[in-house]
Design a protein around this ligand. Structure first.
Ligand SMILES: Nc1ncnc2c1ncn2[C@@H]1O[C@H](COP(=O)(O)OP(=O)(O)OP(=O)(O)O)[C@@H](O)[C@H]1O
Length: 126
């Protein structure tokens, strides 16, 4: 704990509440976050329905939580860029596009994980 922390102590609970409010802000303001949220509910329902294995659960949970975490970081980067400039700037474009690219890479991975896990279960239904 440095001197700044001693003067103005912020408890673990306060930090947690700021983090939760960040998630709420993103869910309220970001369409993509709501899409992830709704997709995640369907994936979780499917996972319970097909009684997927422990290892499959791990992959599903990594895919879902990683997607949310990356989307939160993407949103934070968008906010900081907008705070820095409202003008068109090539670096602002790069920063936003790079962050969006990171989300896209993870989204493709998540879809691949979902297909690899659920396709065999779905095929078994027929
Ligand atoms: N200040 C800026 N300068 C240059 N290009 C920008 C700037 N702000 C946004 N852009 C470009 O416009 C695109 C859309 O940006 P915008 O902030 O409108 O949406 P977004 O917040 O990235 O999208 P979403 O909210 O759906 O994730 C960015 O990906 C970037 O290419």
């Amino acid at each position: 704990m440095d001197s700044q922390d001693k003067r103005n102590p912020i408890s673990f609970i306060s930090s947690l509440s700021y983090a939760i409010s960040g998630v709420k802000i993103a869910l309220r303001a970001e369409r993509n976050m709501r899409i992830h949220f709704i997709s995640s509910i369907f994936v979780l329902i499917g996972s319970f329905y097909f009684s997927i294995t422990k290892i499959e659960w791990l992959f599903i949970l990594f895919a879902i939580s990683g997607m949310f975490a990356l989307e939160l970081v993407n949103t934070a980067i968008e906010r900081v860029v907008d705070l820095m400039t409202e003008e068109y700037h090539p670096l602002a474009k790069q920063a936003k596009d790079l962050a969006a690219g990171a989300v896209l890479v993870y989204a493709v991975l998540s879809v691949a994980i979902g297909m690899i896990i659920f396709f065999p279960y779905i095929l078994n239904l027929f």
